[in-house]
Design a protein around this ligand. Structure first.
Ligand code: PLP
Length: 436
């Protein structure tokens, strides 16, 4: 696969690039056809049919149908996540009625900020109580910890399918078995796997899922929620944004161009998916090999949960997350460059240096911020400062090539060496200035 871009884009977990021409054409088509799908005119029929087709096609790929599940389009996965949590809490509060009891939420502490913030706001407003389940040091959630956190008042469990920072996949089937047994709703944020991996909603035992179109190269501002009718009926879920559209679960005129673009992007993402996933896995393996050939590799378990900065004698590169590919998000690598000289390695400086070479990656935490401002995910896996300050996330997409991976590693090696050498020079100068 060749691509003609002037930059190397390795930040696909932030957003999928490029948006295919077919998607852009579909968005333009439905922008020109400006009829409101809720109106009775015969001219609105096409828009109405498009929405129905998008719903039934996406549900079918998820192994369910409108007989058992509702799909609603939202403004993004942020809204989908907040909607299901708030709707469950509101409905459950009505059910338990007693003034002494408030709904309880079990949530993993490495969820996306849209979930963490929503839960925190509900707790602050005393509308809910919450138990945050900590991950293991490789970033996955132990189903037994979820089970132990569930109370008689628990109304929803939120554990994501795959993390957006640490390349880890959770054992969602085992978590679903527990939530089924305890009769608690299981909401699973599927944003990072939707379009890359078949999400069989009912087979996996998920009551509700969220996804985001721009992560699979669709338009921005479109989210998806799939919720089982059983959950809607048993809890008596109602919309948080009022109105009659989308079965009253999400009011507001549907974003027809966005839905059209989403359907095309979703279909394109699934075309030759197995082949694309093999390609992603090969790119990841190649990148690991090249990195191992260029850096000393350390072990994260030697750093995790250390309250004091570990004294790193040599410069080490760590691969965060599971080492076993079977539990990995196959497009992502979370790297930490660890050096504890006068000042630890700085990921911001590295990101800027790569940016200057037109290579786009992201950083897991900011090198100059205190731990309270660092990524909540890195805090949750017990990363000490020396690790947090050296983290960069590399997330590949279908359009990346082997040549891009090689160019990236070559530039990375140069940028890292430059920073380390600069640091050594500063230190040498300091020593010579301090000599009598
Ligand atoms: N959940 C996860 C795991 C994400 O990675 C993101 C976006 O980065 C979201 C939710 C929010 O998605 P959106 O940008 O559609 O609001």
């Amino acid at each position: 696969m060749a691509n003609q871009r002037k930059f190397i884009y390795l930040d696909h977990n932030a957003t999928g690039i490029p948006v295919p021409d077919e998607v852009l054409k579909e968005i333009a088509k439905w922008t020109k056809n400006g009829f409101n799908p809720s109106t009775d005119s015969k001219y609105a029929k096409d828009a109405k049919e498009l929405i129905e087709k998008a719903k039934s096609d996406i549900l079918a790929r998820c192994g369910v149908s409108s007989l058992t599940h509702k799909i609603i389009f939202t403004s993004g996965a942020t809204e989908s996540n907040c909607f299901i949590i708030r709707a469950c809490v509101t409905a459950f509060a009505k059910k338990i009625k007693s003034k002494d009891l408030i709904p309880h939420i079990v949530v993993s502490s490495v969820e996306h900020t849209s979930i963490i913030e929503c839960v925190n706001k509900l707790v602050e407003a005393k509308e809910a109580e919450a138990t945050f389940v900590r991950p293991t040091i490789i970033g996955n959630i132990n189903p037994k910890d979820v089970e132990a956190a569930i109370r008689p008042t628990t109304c929803i469990v939120c554990v994501m399918f795959a993390n957006n920072e640490i390349p880890v996949i959770n054992n969602v089937r085992a978590i679903a078995e527990i939530t089924r047994k305890k009769q608690v709703a299981y909401h699973c944020d599927c944003v990072q796997v939707f379009g890359k991996f078949p999400i069989k909603v009912a087979e996996f035992g998920l009551d509700s899922i969220s996804a985001s179109a721009h992560k699979f190269c669709g338009p921005k501002g479109i989210g998806i929620s799939i919720i089982s009718n059983q959950l809607i009926e048993e809890y008596g879920l109602v919309g948080e944004i009022n109105g009659t559209q989308q079965n009253g679960l999400r009011g507001g005129t549907e974003n027809v161009p966005g839905i059209g673009g989403t359907l095309v992007a979703y279909e394109l993402a699934h075309k030759n998916r197995d082949k694309k996933n093999t390609h992603l896995l090969n790119l990841r393996r190649h990148m690991i090999e090249l990195l191992k050939a260029n850096f000393n590799i350390g072990k994260y378990e030697n750093y995790a949960l250390q309250s004091e900065q570990k004294k790193v004698q040599d410069f080490e590169l760590l691969f965060l997350g599971p080492q076993d590919e079977r539990f990995c998000l196959l497009n992502t690598l979370l790297l930490a460059f660890c050096k504890n000289t006068r000042r630890p390695f700085c990921n911001i400086e590295l990101k800027r240096a790569l940016d200057a070479k037109s290579i786009i990656v992201s950083i897991g935490s900011a090198c100059n911020t205190s731990s309270s401002h660092a990524s909540h995910t890195l805090v949750a896996i017990g990363a000490p400062q020396v690790v947090k300050q050296g983290v960069i996330r590399v997330s590949m997409g279908d359009s990346n090539t082997k040549e891009e991976v090689e160019k990236f590693v070559a530039e990375l090696v140069k940028c890292v060496k430059k920073q380390v050498e600069k640091e050594i020079a500063i230190k040498a100068k300091e020593i010579s200035q301090n000599q009598p």
